[in-house]
Design a protein around this ligand. Structure first.
Ligand SMILES: CCC/C=C/C(=O)SCCNC(=O)CCNC(=O)[C@H](O)C(C)(C)COP(=O)([O-])OP(=O)([O-])OC[C@H]1O[C@@H](n2cnc3c(N)ncnc32)[C@H](O)[C@@H]1OP(=O)([O-])[O-]
Length: 305
């Protein structure tokens, strides 16, 4: 599976399926199903780590992360995520995606730390390209993207939520969210930072990034990291209502506006993609960083026992 996914990842990134930013201004994407087509209310495609259910009558797909124990973003997961997004983006019936988790109490634990420990430069390069790819696709998606954060969501998990158009979080102070990279002794790359700034503003982003803050749900709401808190059992109902509100607008106006707001940040990564990969690989290969990551993993294991 790992080998197949890695091959797939290489295929995605080298075949140019990804020219997200070039695909961005797909104005005039079909807002409605062409008349006369039969109704096929629900379609599903499921891979190992993500379940996707497409409701054809509403035009909304639900993407559920189901990669135990903690939905960590490893190469296989990132590959599946990109392929699923690509499929939905190309599906003219799909206008919105709800992204959530099937694992209780966890939305996503962020990048899989084992992908960044003790591996080759080639591996780090491939892994980082896949992380970039995920963000480029999600942040520039033409669809309405709604994160339903039904559990903890540190670092890369938080990035997924921040990259959506709207965030609803379960009203449970035990669930935390934030870009906590500094706590691991690593630095959130500029495009994580830019995505964060675009959501919460410079001051909150700077303080939170320097301290590597993970915020319990009520504080996350206070600082604007999420848009609203909802009792866990009401998340689905709320997500449906929010999505309907966003989809009530004509697609093209919303899409152009979204592109206008996000283009500068997206273009910056596209222009500096290879440099960003080099920075990551040389940074993560340093013995001091490897040591920090190993210690952090040990701390996670100790916390358990
Ligand atoms: C430049 C780079 C930018 C980096 C961005 C990032 O995203 S960096 C990422 C920053 N991410 C973080 O800082 C999040 C760190 N994780 C956490 O804080 C908690 O695991 C939790 C709150 C997500 C879940 O708490 P919980 O009590 O429900 O669960 P638990 O704690 O018992 O873990 C269960 C198992 O999963 C394992 N594992 C967990 N996370 C990761 C991971 N990311 N990767 C790999 N493995 C991970 C954990 O070791 C354990 O393994 P074991 O012992 O069974 O072999």
């Amino acid at each position: 599976m790992a080998a197949a996914a890695a091959t797939l990842a290489r295929r995605i990134t080298r075949s140019g399926v990804l020219p997200l930013c070039r695909r961005l201004p797909v104005w005039g994407r079909a807002a409605r199903r062409p008349p006369g087509l039969p109704l096929a209310p629900c379609r599903a495609f499921s891979n190992k780590k993500i379940q996707v259910d497409m409701n054809e009558s509403s035009g909304v797909a639900t993407m559920k992360f189901k990669s135990p124990p903690v939905n960590s973003l490893n190469l296989d997961f990132l590959t599946e995520f990109c392929i699923s997004l690509e499929k939905l983006e190309n599906d003219r019936a799909c206008r919105g995606i709800i992204i959530t988790s099937a694992i209780p109490k966890i939305f996503s634990s962020g990048l899989d730390i084992t992908e960044m420990c003790g591996k080759s430069t080639e591996h780090y390069t491939e892994f980082w390209r896949a992380v970039q790819e995920m963000w480029l696709r999600l942040y520039s998606s033409n669809m309405v993207t709604l994160a339903v954060v039904n559990g903890s969501s540190p670092a890369g998990g938080c990035l997924i939520a921040l990259s959506c158009d709207y965030r609803i979080m379960a009203d449970n102070p035990k669930y935390t969210i934030g870009l906590n990279e500094a706590q691991l002794g690593i630095v959130a790359p500029f495009w994580f930072k830019d995505t964060f700034v675009n959501v919460v503003g410079q001051r909150v982003a700077e303080r939170s990034l320097q301290l590597g803050s993970l915020y319990p749900a009520p504080e996350a709401l206070k600082f604007g990291i999420v848009d609203e808190l909802v009792p866990e059992e009401k998340l689905q109902e709320k997500a449906t209502a929010v999505m309907a509100q966003w989809l009530a607008l004509p697609d093209h106006a919303r899409q152009i506006t979204k592109s206008m707001m996000r283009k500068a940040v997206l273009d910056l990564l596209v222009a500096h993609r290879e440099e960003d990969i080099k920075n990551f690989t040389s940074f993560v290969s340093k013995e001091s960083i490897q040591k920090s990551l190993r210690m952090y993993m040990e701390m996670l294991k100790k916390k358990k026992s």
